[in-house]
Design a protein around this ligand. Structure first.
Ligand code: CA
Length: 227
């Protein structure tokens, strides 16, 4: 998942971003709503984690503004344990879920997965595509029932393709889902290398190259098997 975390407390923001990255997510951490607002138009996030207590303009005001502008991104708000009114107000303002501080990163990640299952209409925890199955919680990939060992980036790339099974994704669209804003530009052929590895480790049929346009999820049918 590509996530935006908006949290002004540097220790908490960094801990959340690190914890979520270790669980395999691509994370941009923004210390205030202004900075998040500046990139929201140009960046496709899967979900946002939004602290309500932010400097200058608070999280609730940003959330209302973003919803008014038509932002449909699932948003999970972070609130203090005793702030019941705030949670109700947040949900009414357009939040999809909330979590109370202090936060356990593993729980936050599980909540984000559950939130995405609801908002994308995917009720099953396992994603199945032909001979491939993928468990977004454990990030385990199986092909014809056999576990496949992928790196974090390879898994993230496969997840992006599985999320858009009908779509052709351009190189820049895929890169945007794989790299956050902190790491600078990836190597120019890094994406091609990951695609090559997916085909070699899983099956050549798993990714289709659409010449001049980009890549799409393949058939999920094993190559070279006689019917
Ligand atoms: Ca705060």
């Amino acid at each position: 998942m590509r996530l935006a975390v908006v949290e002004d407390d540097p220790a908490l923001g960094e801990a959340l971003a690190d914890g979520l990255r270790q669980l395999g997510h691509v994370v941009d951490w923004w210390p205030d709503g202004q900075k998040a607002d500046a990139v929201l138009n140009d960046t496709t996030y899967d979900a946002m984690v939004l602290d309500l207590g932010l400097p200058k303009t608070d999280g609730m005001t940003w959330l209302r503004l973003w919803r008014q502008r038509g932002l449909s991104l699932p948003v999970l708000i972070l609130t203090a344990r005793d702030a019941v009114e705030q949670r109700i107000e947040g949900l009414d303002a357009g939040a999809d879920d909330y979590l109370l501080k202090p936060i356990a990163t593993a729980e936050l990640s599980a909540r984000l997965r559950a939130m995405l299952r609801r908002t994308t209409g995917r009720a099953q925890a396992q994603w199945v595509h032909g001979a491939l199955s993928y468990d977004p919680a454990s990030r385990q990939v199986h092909w014809q029932g056999v576990a496949i060992d992928l790196t974090g980036r390879e898994t993230a790339l496969l997840e992006v393709l599985l999320k858009h099974p009908q779509k052709v994704l351009s190189k820049s669209q895929l890169q945007e889902q794989l790299y956050d804003w902190s790491g600078g530009e990836p190597e120019s052929n890094a994406l091609e290398v990951h695609i090559h590895h997916l085909r070699r480790k899983i099956d050549p049929s798993i990714v289709r190259t659409i010449r001049g346009v980009g890549y799409a999820l393949g058939s999920g049918q094993p190559t070279g098997v006689d019917p």
